[in-house]
Write a protein that binds this ligand. Structure first.
Ligand SMILES: [Zn+2]
Length: 192
């Protein structure tokens, strides 16, 4: 999961567009849910590569809706299935153009390098600078099972790489420049 504390070029805080007035959220089984259900650092599921999505699974759309709700509630701009405890290769994202999901995503092209500050809802409060490709092309399936190919740069490219890392059991702290890793207080997010 990806949060946006400062601006489009600095990540990891509260993503203002996703703030929700709603206090009663329900998960896909009807239970009350909140960002508190996000799996935190230390849980093994964050460290294991996820299993490819089986499209015959009828609960898939409910799972995606659930993940979008959790992402909004957090709030954040991306969320991988294993961050809600589900061993499936899919993630949801919303960088301000509406929520979407990619199943069985794969980066097929990348170019350039860009360093930006990231954080992760599974490691709340920690930030660090991560060098990633500046632009990527991701292929996968949409929730209906149609093949999709998304070209991304900027924030979206970063979200894609961060979330696909999650699906491979990799966390941003594995890639961050150790000298830049620092705990920050949410109180500092004055731009929200
Ligand atoms: Zn994350």
């Amino acid at each position: 999961m990806f949060r946006d504390f400062h601006s489009a070029s600095r990540f990891s805080g509260q993503a203002a567009p996703f703030k929700s007035e709603t206090t009663q959220h329900r998960d896909y089984k009807g239970n009350r849910m909140s960002s508190e259900e996000i799996v935190l650092y230390g849980d093994d599921i964050l460290r294991k590569p996820t299993k490819p999505v089986d499209l015959s699974n009828s609960d898939l759309k409910e799972l995606i809706e659930h993940m979008i709700e959790v992402m909004r509630e957090a709030p954040g701009v991306g969320l991988a299935a294993n961050q809600v405890g589900i061993d499936k290769r899919l993630f949801v994202y919303d960088v301000g153009e509406g929520p979407s999901a990619i199943l069985n995503p794969k980066i097929i092209k990348q170019r350039g390098k860009e360093i930006a500050t990231e954080g992760c809802l599974s490691i709340p409060g920690l930030q660090g600078d991560v060098r990633r490709a500046a632009a990527v092309v991701v292929e996968g399936l949409d929730p209906d099972g149609n093949e999709v190919r998304v070209e991304a740069d900027g924030l979206l490219a970063r979200v894609f790489q961060h979330e696909i890392d999650h699906l491979n059991g990799t966390l941003f702290i594995d890639r961050a420049d150790p000298d830049t890793l620092a705990w920050v207080s949410e109180v500092e997010t004055e731009e929200e």
